[in-house]
Design a protein around this ligand. Structure first.
Ligand SMILES: Cc1cc2nc3c(=O)[nH]c(=O)nc-3n(C[C@H](O)[C@H](O)[C@H](O)COP(=O)(O)OP(=O)(O)OC[C@H]3O[C@@H](n4cnc5c(N)ncnc54)[C@H](O)[C@@H]3O)c2cc1C
Ligand code: SF4
Length: 471
């Protein structure tokens, strides 16, 4: 513990955002890093608790008090080594993780958790600036070949771990570029894509081969991978969106969020796309669904110049503050206001959408009713919203079953995800493993990284009989 009285001396200070009018002019990141002096003070607030509750919140088991201490002591290089020992991609989590570690931090009992995520991001950003992050190719090759399907955070983490263990790793991705939802789902204003490219370049230098436009189960038979590799890891994400089958769903202008968001990410990266543009410019936009994806639709619509943006959520408005005695150190239900919400969206809770109506085949209105806490419509509370673009952001139900999963015949769990436990990560098909959203269902980047790392260890054990990769 660097400074014993740090938590008494220094208040929590966190990164600020660039002003709304400035950040809406472009798609660049707008979170302003803390100056070095402030970072060291924030790190000094960590109490190095006897039981570090922050650990209970962190899926990748980051050694948070250790690197807080190292930052306070100005040993950034060792802090970066420590951080990378548990997390392949802290520059992603340092930007987009909802930071369950901060909810679990002991100082959060007083609403003042250590700024763990900000410190994490500062460590890894400095490590790249200083050239401390280099390719780590293996010293010995095993001669074993592994195919990883999907290049989201789970596939990338798995591939990097396996390549470092000496295996010949091939990543198969159906899209033009790597990253999964890091590249095509999460907007640039939360995560600029050169950060993904930088890791892909590191992995290529470590020996990982990336094959793009390789849609397994479609233009590349899944059987081909089984026949030519010693092991196969399925990390294809949970891509089947939840639909809203109400009258008028067929009208033009009603789209899934994941038809809308990737278009803008591709535009920002000058990636060729042959699609009818879906744009919010000058439109009344309604976003249905109150989670991260919905927020990203709001921020993207605002940057495209929407006339108005309303976000609807069927659940009641959560409390402003968590009841700590009931929830800490677990993830609490409380009202979360994202940077996109602050850019000018109207939020409505306890609203059920009943039907869309339109003119000439184009959606014009969304008809809704308010519901009580049991989700029953309240008579007389019906209302209509102007809606020229409706974005459905109600989550994902399970992986796409047609194609690869059907061809392989892997067993699914009752929710429709690929069945595998968290010890072996093995599917019902011999030598086939799975990780990330494809196994656990729609989740978070940090969980995908954890699953990718653990699945890599399981594959390494399967191939070699034992593994030196971290558990
Ligand atoms: C819009 C949006 C915003 C989000 N924001 C956040 C956030 O801010 N913070 C956070 O922690 N989480 C966020 N999430 C969740 C997070 O992105 C996912 O949990 C995470 O990316 C899952 O990683 P994954 O590697 O399992 O799958 P994915 O990232 O979905 O990657 C799967 C990859 O597999 C490829 N693939 C699928 N099938 C095949 C096939 N048959 N052949 C070849 N390739 C295939 C896909 O093209 C894709 O590239 C968000 C999700 C969405 C949709
Ligand atoms: S719970 Fe908070 S104060 Fe305690 S060790 Fe973790 S980060 Fe530091």
């Amino acid at each position: 513990m660097g400074k014993v009285t740090g938590f008494l001396e220094f208040e929590r200070t966190d990164r600020k955002y660039a002003p709304v009018e400035e950040r809406l002019r472009n798609y660049r990141e707008f979170v302003l890093p803390l100056p070095e002096g402030d970072l060291k003070q924030q790190a000094a607030r960590c109490m190095n608790c006897g039981i570090p509750y922050c650990h209970t919140g962190c899926p990748v088991n980051n050694q948070i008090p250790d690197w807080n201490d190292l930052v306070y002591l100005d040993d950034w290089k060792t802090a970066a080594q420590n951080l990378h020992s548990t997390n392949n991609f802290p520059e992603f989590t340092g930007r987009v993780c909802p930071a369950p570690c901060e909810e679990a931090c002991t100082l959060n009992l007083e609403d003042n958790p250590v700024t763990i995520k900000t410190i994490e991001c500062a460590i890894v950003d400095r490590a790249f600036e200083q050239g401390w992050v280099r390719p780590e190719p293996p010293v010995h090759k095993t001669g074993r070949r592994v195919a990883v399907v999907g290049s989201g955070p789970a596939g990338l983490a798995c591939a990097q771990q396996l390549a470092r263990a000496g295996h010949e790793v091939h990543v198969f991705e159906r899209h033009a570029r790597a990253g999964g939802l890091l590249r095509y789902g999460i907007p640039d204003f939360k995560l600029e894509k050169h950060l993904v490219e930088r890791r892909v370049a590191q992995m290529e230098a470590e020996g990982v081969a990336f094959h793009y436009f390789a849609h397994i189960g479609s233009n590349v038979p899944a059987r081909e991978l089984i026949d030519t590799f010693d092991s196969v890891v399925l990390a294809g994400g949970s891509e089947k969106p939840r639909d809203l089958p109400i009258p008028g769903r067929e009208l033009a202008g009603v789209h899934f969020a994941m038809d809308f968001l990737p278009q803008q990410n591709r535009r920002n990266s000058d990636e060729t796309q042959h699609v009818t543009p879906i744009l919010a410019t000058d439109k009344h936009v309604v976003v249905i669904g109150g989670g991260d994806t919905g927020s990203d639709c709001i921020g993207t619509s605002a940057r495209q110049g929407a006339r108005s943006i309303v976000q609807l959520e069927i659940l009641p408005r959560p409390p402003e503050k968590a009841d700590k005695l009931l929830t800490w150190p677990n993830w609490p239900a409380k009202l979360r206001t994202s940077s996109s919400h602050l850019e000018g969206a109207q939020r409505e809770f306890s609203v059920l959408t009943e039907k869309f109506s339109g003119e000439n085949g184009q959606v014009k209105k969304l008809h809704c009713v308010r519901v009580d806490d049991t989700m029953k419509p309240i008579p007389g509370s019906e209302f209509a919203l102007d809606a020229e673009l409706v974005l459905l952001a109600m989550g994902f139900v399970h992986p796409v079953k047609e194609g690869m999963l059907a061809e392989l015949g892997v067993a699914l769990d009752p929710r429709g995800n690929v069945l595998a436990d968290t010890e072996s990560y093995r599917t019902s098909v011999d030598k086939v493993f799975t990780a990330g959203d494809m196994r656990r269902g729609q989740s978070l980047v940090v969980w995908a990284i954890r699953e990718g790392r653990q699945a890599a260890r399981a594959v390494d054990e399967f191939l070699m009989g034992a593994s030196a990769l971290p558990r």
